[in-house]
Design a protein. Structure first.
Length: 40
């Protein structure tokens, strides 16, 4: 909401109408630790 300003409500309503699934950030992310090239 902080990044979209006042339009967050419209975006949220659209997502509900389109049956989007709401997951926590950790449930929908794959994070990789960046490695230095010399260690590859």
């Amino acid at each position: 909401a902080a990044f979209v300003g006042d339009d967050w409500k419209k975006i949220y309503d659209y997502a509900l109408q389109e049956e989007y699934r709401f997951l926590s950030y950790g449930d929908s992310s794959l994070l990789w630790k960046k490695m230095k090239e010399e260690s590859i």
